[in-house]
Design a protein around this ligand. Structure first.
Ligand SMILES: NC(=O)c1ccc[n+]([C@@H]2O[C@H](COP(=O)([O-])OP(=O)(O)OC[C@H]3O[C@@H](n4cnc5c(N)ncnc54)[C@H](OP(=O)(O)O)[C@@H]3O)[C@@H](O)[C@H]2O)c1
Length: 285
């Protein structure tokens, strides 16, 4: 497994983790979801991302069951929803997440989205309280602009903001314009979500290139040179960014094995150039 630094904490986390959006929504799928997470953990995918919002707490319960006897080997990330970002709301949400996750502490606690309702000062004050109580080890944010990240850090005082979780995939490269250099300079790890573009696809934006499309053909012919699939090319391309980690969601073991095999090889310059032509950065993003 490839590991990457978590901010300036001195801790390293796997470059590929496991996403859990859509887990815990269907009781007939629970057993398979738990098995998939455990299979991933056994094979080195010990970074797990979840949120109180996923499956209305259901995803956290699945994660709690999956990690129960291997908790110490796992780096657990969860998120407080924007609507719960008052001072008291954050404290309540964290307690509820801890209970669903069946754990004494959250490794990394993120504000899921910027809140229209609550000032970031009170949210971050509550985050500091959680760190002081030992309920949360590290604090981060998700879907924050660089300005808002700086504001959050100001209110965190001596507690470092060590992660921003944001979309990053072939059809959403906006972090490349400013975010990545800001993050590097400020000791913030970028955790890229939806590496295959699924969430934006649901939100009506461009997802993973359709079978038979020109873009899919490009990824497949590049992959053929290395004996890899289009999805493995996409994941390898995401991880070419140093210091970035990614959290694909995979509910079946075949996909998990495929994703593990997206590591350990490098796309050559002519292939990166081909990708550049077919998936250019949209400066408007
Ligand atoms: N902070 C935020 O606002 C935010 C927003 C969105 C997502 N996230 C996090 O990021 C995680 C990942 O993003 P995502 O769930 O939107 O989607 P994603 O990881 O881009 O794509 C997931 C889809 O890809 C499939 N897949 C996985 N590996 C594959 C492979 N090797 N070959 C072919 N198909 C493969 C999965 O199928 P199977 O499930 O059938 O294996 C699933 O349908 C989420 O689960 C969540 O934890 C965070």
């Amino acid at each position: 497994m490839l590991y990457r630094k978590l901010g300036n904490t001195g801790v390293s986390i796997p470059a590929i983790g496991q996403g859990t959006w859509k887990f815990g929504e269907d009781k007939y799928k629970e057993k398979d979801e738990i098995e998939a997470l455990r299979f991933g953990i056994t094979n080195g995918l010990t970074l797990i991302d979840t949120a109180e919002e996923y499956g209305n707490g259901g995803a956290e319960k699945i994660v709690g069951q999956a990690v129960q006897d291997v908790r110490n080997n796992v780096f657990l990330v969860t998120k407080v929803s924007a609507k719960n970002c008052s001072y008291e709301g954050v404290l309540r949400s964290a307690e509820a997440s801890l209970e669903r996750l069946k754990t004494s502490h959250i490794d990394l606690y993120l504000q899921h989205w910027p809140s229209q309702q609550y000032d970031v000062s009170e949210t971050m004050e509550a985050m500091v309280e959680l760190v002081n109580k030992g309920l949360v080890k590290y604090v981060g944010v998700s879907n924050f602009s660089t300005d808002l990240m700086q504001e959050a850090q100001y209110h965190l005082g001596s507690v470092p903001l060590i992660c921003n979780q944001v979309a990053y995939h072939l059809n959403d490269r906006h972090i490349e314009t400013e975010f990545l250099s800001f993050a590097k300079k400020n000791g913030v790890t970028i955790m890229g979500y939806s590496p295959f573009g699924y969430a934006p696809h649901v939100f009506g934006m461009k997802g993973f290139p359709e079978v038979e499309s020109q873009e899919r053909h490009v990824l497949e012919s590049i992959g053929a040179k290395y004996g890899k699939t289009a999805y493995q090319v996409a994941l390898n391309w995401v991880l070419r960014q140093e210091g970035l980690v990614t959290i694909p969601k995979a509910a079946n073991k075949e996909h998990i094995v495929d994703n593990l095999n997206a590591l350990g090889w490098d796309l050559q310059k002519d292939d990166l150039d081909q990708i550049e032509i077919n998936f250019p950065i949209d400066k408007k993003d």
